[in-house]
Design a protein around this ligand. Sequence first.
Ligand code: F0G
Length: 482
Amino acid sequence: MAVKFYQSENQVPLEMHKVRMIQKLSLLPVEERLKRIQEAGNNTFLLQNKDVYLDMLTDSGVNCMSDNQFAASMQADDSYAGSATFLRVKKAIKDVFGTDYVLPVHQGRAAENILAEAFCAPGKVALMNFHFTTTKAHATRCGATVEELMDPKGLIPQSDDPFKGDYNLENLRTRIDEIGKDNVAYVRVEAGTNLIGGQPVSLENMLAVTDICHEKGVLSVLDASLLQDNIYFMKTREARCKYMEVGDIYRLLADHFDLIYFSARKLSFSKGGIITSKDEKWYKALMTYIPLYEGFLTYGGIDVRTMESMAVGLYESLDMEYISQGPEFINYLARELDAYGVPVILPPGGLGCHLNAGAFVPDMPHNQYPAAAVGAALYIAGGIRGMERGTVSEQREPDGTERYAELELQRLAVPRRVFTLSQLKYVADRVKWLWDNRSLIGGLEWTEEPEVLRFFFGRMKEIGYWQEQLAEKFRKDFGDSL
Ligand code: F0G
């Protein structure tokens, strides 16, 4: 599948697409970068994108659409009810997942809201391999508790385990029995487990989870937002998947799970979201929430042009040449950094390359927020915007004590089909420089700490003057370069 280079030492992942529309970028001088990150309260969410050279905040809603997606968006049928566009989305879902029942929602977390409204309540427990921020927030808002049953191997930052997102199946059985099937809100599998570094779940493990759910009589839900990366890893790391068609894997999963939902901001290179099922029972249980929260059943808050691009993007999610690009670029970046000694999550997952900030600045205590500090430093070093996925992204306990993240990660997302390899080489170069100068990185303290979702809105300042010193060192090492 991969195109082999004649000179193997020059081997790089090769894109099977070309760029036909561009957006101009700018890279500010380091002194300006220092100013901008401080004005943003050291929170990369509060930077203006015009001040960012490479926006690696997320892979969500920022993937590049294809020519066919743009073309399809021009034939959209704009009507409140019964639009032909929705029929095309339904057909694409049927062709890809094999499911008949389709509910559109405005994005992934809207699906989570509806599942929470329908199934979560005080006394209920939502079981997951690992939580995602919005999934957990919706389940707990409706009074349920969330329990994570991922195999502990998922939290080992560097290993060669191919499927770190797997469930611990023994624990799943035991917990369902202990909780009692009527108190289990649902059992959710998150493909491409986001918060542990985009780590996949094996097909074998996913099917075993659904078998347990059927046996015990509890609802199984697949969060397929990161499924296309997960399927790439199944195809390349799991023997039984090697000769399966990509489409066979989608359909096999849809056959086994009661409900599937996804953020189309990730799966399908577009925007919006979908809940789908092969079973009318679940469609009926959820459909009334759609007009209440999203929009009529045939648009669900998504604009019709976007739905057309989603339909085409879903077919593209079957194409190994498309779905391999993200994971292969991430692998390139992570291996390049690892070879230099920079601590990254291994094996590399989907969605982005994850710096292990806990090991980057090992002497920094959790309450000086190492992952956020490394992120602020990286913006100063290269105008690169990552996302904190560590203690800042957690919420304090009700008594005000900090809940320290199990992994302190700085995520460098690689939006699909967006960056070139030279840009990733630049990222590697600036991260390596930062690694060599890591002794200059200091901690952060809050200046404004919102109670809820503080990672989105909160502001912090440097402890001491390490950021000025880092910028000075950059100037010294790079001369008049940007
Ligand atoms: N599930 C997973 C696994 C996700 O990664 C996301 C979003 C959602 C659900 C929610 O979807 O954004 O469309 O509402 N992840 C984004 C990220 C925000 O940056 O990782 P959404």
